[in-house]
Every structure is written in C-alpha cells, then in structure tokens.
Ligand binder design. Structure first.
Ligand SMILES: *Cc1c(COP(=O)(O)O)cnc(C)c1O
Length: 403
C-alpha cells in the first residue's frame, strides 16, 4: 500500500484510483477482497504477539481487515485526513464518533436541519446518557456563538442541508469553534470529497454515510469517520470494543465506488444544475432549492467552499387551481414513470421523495414549518440518466397537476 505522505501530492482523481492499492503475491490487478472473519498465525508465539500488539498484523475482522483498511486509507487520502475509521453504516460512524469522544455533561451545538436519524441520536441517546445539545440555524453565526457553553465539545453540521440546500460556512464555524476549544464535525455525505473538502477549510472531523455517493450505485450500507490519528485512535478503540464494523465485502464495493467518485460527482452536478435551471422556468414549479441557482440564498457561499453544487435538489409545486397541498406533490410523484420513488440518494439512478411524509414525516407540524418542509415539496436526487429523459419525467409530473 502507498504511504500517506506519498499520496498527498497526487490529485483527487488519481488518489481515487491509485491510493491504497492492495496487492498480494498473486498480483491481482483489482484490489483483493479479504472475505474472512479471522486470520491464522505461524506459531503460538506469533499469536501471542498479535494479541498483545507487540507484533503488527491481522487478528480478527471486527477491527482488522486489509480490504477495510484499504477503503479507510483511500477515503482518508481523498478527504486529506490523516486517518479514517470505517463503520458498518453512516449512523454507526456518527454515533461512534460522539460516544467514543464525549463524556456525560458535555454538549454539542448542531445545525437544526439534520438527517432524521442523527436527530434521533441527539434526542434519545444524548439525553439518555447525560449529554446535551442545542440546535441552531446553519447560517446564523450569532446563534452558534450564543449557544456555546463551558462544556461544549463539538460543533456539528451537515452542509448543504437536506432538502433545502442551505449552506453552512465551514471556515467561519471552524474559527469560532477553535476560539473556544471546540472541534467541528462536518457530515460530508451530500458533497463527498470530490465537491467539498471540509478538513482543508478547518474542520476537525468528517463523517460519511458511504451508502450514498461513495458507493454511488445503491448497493451497500457503510460509513466512516475521517480526522487526525490521535483522536481516531479512540474512535477505533470504541469500534473495536462495540463492534459496529464494516464488512470487508462492503469495503471492497466502496473501494471500487471511490475510483469513479470524482467523475460521477461532476456528472451528478452537471445534470442537477441543468435540471434545476430548467425546473425554475416551468409553470407549476413554485420554487427551486439548489445552491447552484443564483436565486438561492446560499449561492455565493456554496460557490466559494464547494467546487460544484451536488446532485440533490428540491422544488415546491402549485397546481393549476392554485393548491399547494400534499395531494399536488403526490400526484406529481405518481405520474413519473422511470425515476425511483424512494428516500435513498446518491445513486446513478434518479430518486424522487416527498420529504413531509417520509424522511421528515416524524417531525411535528411546527418542526416541519421551522425546517421549511412544506407539503408541496419534492426532493430529487438527480442521477446520471440523460437530461432530456429526466425533463420528460418532470413534464409527466407537471401534466398531472394541470400543466
Ligand atoms: C444517509 C445519511 C446518513 C446515515 O447513513 P446510513 O449509512 O444510512 O447509516 C447520515 N447523514 C446523511 C446526510 C445521510 O444522508
């Protein structure tokens, strides 16, 4: 395997393909899948050495597997981090990072607009284990400052936010955090390192759901934390003891996914921007939420800290009678023929979602209103089908609401 320092000079597209190459004596060109739960030793003495850590080498795939390690090294190289620790899911990674590093009584300030299950971790499990949190608007830096307490350990953001694509200023939040001896965690799932490099902007940790763009073809569930060696040693120890480990098979799929990540993300960004611009012109589309549009309040900041605008966009509808009720969104969704009705995202296949009744369905009416999740809102994860075919799908939806 290449060593980290050597890989730092290579560009992202090259790192995606050439970092952490995993070659055995059989000289297979593709990375080897070590589909094994355990490893054997030459002797009793070697076994003892592996167990007490005095000899390097593999022990057991809950915490040491060469294919998983290669995925960690490649992702770390692409994010520009010293190290990554892979988990069995994105939630495993997020939970693992918090619970490995925090103690009862400590506090997190987080952006309000979050992946639903991350919100559940705060609401149910932080509370249960005596940890505290405050939710603030992602773009209100004064609110972040005012929420800081003596025991604040982390700032946490998901940027751009789901589904309205509001952007948090990573550099400004990192500076504010560091002034108060706080560390910044960024969930980089929506952009991936091909579009946004939070660590280079000052963040201390990146968390990923590899399930989304890193895989890119909707096959496997997985996740990772990226950051500095020392802190991640704690996270690794937590993983080793608590067992939310990534399967070597999934790691192998993600390794292959990473190879095409930069080129896929360019294509996702291009398709999503073209579709957003087209949707903005259509009768029946009330508003389009995509930071690539100049009409979006986060456009300027997104242009500075991202090198594209990602593949996820949302839009609200108004039917020919002027209704903006749930029924309008559902009629639109049900009229599409090719695109997939599912809540997943980050796939080469375009997916369509009604956030108010699925991903954000458990929020109260008040919380929905605060988060801007209206009944007439649709989220698209724009895939890599031909743009003209995607426009035709949108036209089917618009026809169903009277246009
Ligand atoms: C999907 C997702 C997660 C959770 O990842 P899983 O792999 O489903 O556990 C976390 N954050 C964001 C932004 C996501 O989209």
């Amino acid at each position: 395997m290449n060593d980290d320092n050597e890989s730092r000079d290579l560009s992202l597209a090259t790192l995606a393909i050439r970092s952490a190459e995993l070659r055995t004596d059989e000289m297979a060109h593709s990375e080897t899948l070590f589909l094994t739960s355990s490893f054997v030793y030459e002797s009793a003495a070697q076994a003892a050495g592996r167990f007490d850590g005095s000899q390097p080498g593999n022990v057991y795939s809950r915490f040491s597997n060469p294919t998983v390690k290669a995925f960690e090294q490649r992702l770390a190289a692409m994010e520009g981090g010293e190290r990554a620790v892979a988990f069995g899911s994105g939630m495993g990674a997020i939970f693992g990072l918090f619970f490995a590093l925090m103690s009862p009584g400590e506090h997190v300030v987080s952006s309000r607009s979050l992946f639903g299950t991350t919100n559940t971790v705060f609401r149910r499990y932080f509370t249960k284990f005596g940890m505290e949190y405050t939710l603030v608007d992602i773009d209100d830096i004064d609110a972040w400052r005012n929420a800081i307490q003596p025991k604040t350990r982390f700032f946490y953001i998901e940027t751009p936010s789901n589904p309205l694509a509001e952007v948090g200023d990573i550099r400004a939040l990192a500076e504010l955090a560091h002034e108060h001896n706080i560390e910044l965690i960024v969930d980089n799932c929506f952009c991936s390192p091909a579009v946004q490099k939070p660590l280079a902007l000052g963040a201390d940790y990146v968390v990923h759901s590899a399930t989304k763009y890193l895989d890119g073809q909707g096959r496997c569930v997985g996740g990772a934390v990226v950051g500095k060696h020392e802190a991640l040693e704690e996270v690794f120890a937590f993983l080793r003891a608590t067992g939310a480990s990534l399967s070597p098979f999934n790691a192998w799929v993600f390794l292959k996914g990473l190879e095409t990540l930069p080129i896929r993300m360019r294509a996702h960004c291009e398709n999503a921007l073209a579709l957003a611009q087209w949707l903005e012109q259509q009768e029946g589309v009330d508003k389009v939420f995509y930071a690539g549009l100049e009409s979006h309040p986060s456009h300027k900041l997104a242009s500075q800290q991202q090198n594209g605008f990602g593949g996820v966009l949302s839009f609200s509808l108004v039917d020919a009678q002027g209704s903006k009720e749930r029924d309008v969104a559902w009629r639109f969704i049900d009229a599409t023929e090719m695109i997939s009705i599912t809540a997943n995202l980050g796939d080469v296949k375009t997916t369509i979602t009604h956030p108010a009744s699925t991903t954000h369905g458990r929020l109260t009416a008040e919380e929905k209103q605060e988060a801007g999740i209206t009944e007439n809102l649709i989220r698209l994860s724009v895939g890599l089908e031909d743009i003209e075919d995607l426009k035709r799908e949108m036209q089917r939806g618009l026809a169903a609401i009277g246009y």
